[in-house]
Design a protein around this ligand. Structure first.
Ligand code: OXD
Length: 315
């Protein structure tokens, strides 16, 4: 079997070693994403392409592969996807350790807001012993915008704390302890009950810029926006304006339109924005390779697999 491995991540050597262990009989052709790659076609006898943020040219020049594996959860990184024949399955990484990491990050952000740790940090700096009233949990709704594999895990991680949890998705979901809102018609009602809004949507033609001034203004006054999905979901200037006007309370942002976030970007020094460098859930090499190997074994045996991207919807 011939595999193509091409990744823009810095841990290519770790991936190659894990792939060699998982596919001892396969030939793994690794490309480096150097400037020359744009001009070079990959070998034309590849069975499966394993890719993370490849140059669009690479997809355009890919021969007739059996499937493309995206080495992450979000497939917006596969620029040039339109050039692949429609019949080629594109498969994303599902969970593989990401759900646990995402849950840790989001639970921390929600509890930090609910238990007002920032206010206590301010009080400590002032040397002030200043207990605060407990917030009414029934009025502290947490909303998950986008409830796929990772969103479902985050909802389950939040459930024991007793917050009213709502989720919004394209189609209605039936999840224990989660109020489901579906479609654009129910977006405003969903946003209206999110004291903390957790963005977990894929970035597609339909979701780019979804959280603009109009949508963000539907959140309750003082709401906290957590973005662990893609920076392009939010209109940066609208978020900044609503924070500065005091309409929104705070934001915890792990993802940005351009990464790394430019040193001059206003998010870095905003007093009510927490910035982290896209670490809410990193792709773990060993579990991801194990998942890919198991899926390839099923495909080779003619069996169905999960995680196939709906090419019409981009996720
Ligand atoms: C992913 C990511 O999509 O790391 O997996 O953002």
């Amino acid at each position: 079997m011939n595999l193509l491995f091409c990744s823009a991540a810095s841990n290519g050597a770790e991936w190659r070693a894990a792939l060699a262990r998982a596919f001892p009989a396969a030939r793994v052709h690794a490309c480096t994403l150097s400037a020359d790659d744009a001009a070079q076609a990959p070998p034309q006898d590849i069975d499966y392409a394993l890719l993370w943020k490849p140059r669009p040219q690479l997809l355009q020049r890919l021969g007739p592969v059996k499937a493309v594996f995206n080495l992450g959860a979000g497939i917006d990184a596969l620029a040039g996807l339109d050039s692949l024949p429609g019949g080629v399955p594109v498969v994303r990484i599902e969970d593989a350790g990401m759900a646990e990491q995402m849950s840790e990050y989001v639970v921390h952000a929600v509890l930090r807001e609910y238990r007002e740790f920032d206010a206590y940090a301010d009080a400590q700096r002032a040397g002030a012993w200043r207990p605060r009233e407990r917030q009414d949990k029934r009025a502290f709704g947490v909303g998950i915008l986008g409830i796929g594999v990772l969103g479902t895990a985050v909802a389950a991680a939040l459930r024991p704390f007793g917050f009213p949890i709502a989720a919004w998705s394209r189609t209605r979901k039936d999840l224990a302890g989660v109020d489901s809102y579906a479609g654009t018609g129910e977006l405003a009602a969903f946003l209206g009950r999110c004291r903390v809004l957790v963005c977990m949507l894929p970035l597609t033609r339909e979701t780019r810029g979804l959280l603009d001034r109009r949508a963000l203004s539907k959140l309750p006054a003082g709401a906290h926006v957590v973005n662990v999905a893609r920076g392009g979901l939010i209109v940066d200037d609208d978020l900044l304006a609503l924070l500065d006007e005091g309409r929104l309370g705070a934001a915890t942002l792990d993802v940005f339109r351009d990464e790394p976030l430019a040193a001059s970007h206003a998010f870095w020094h905003h007093p009510r924005i927490t910035v982290t460098p896209h670490i809410s859930a990193v792709t773990l090499v060993e579990p991801s390779v194990a998942q890919i190997a198991a899926k390839i074994a099923r495909l080779e045996a003619g069996l169905p697999i999960t995680g196939i991207v709906d090419r019409k919807r981009d996720y």
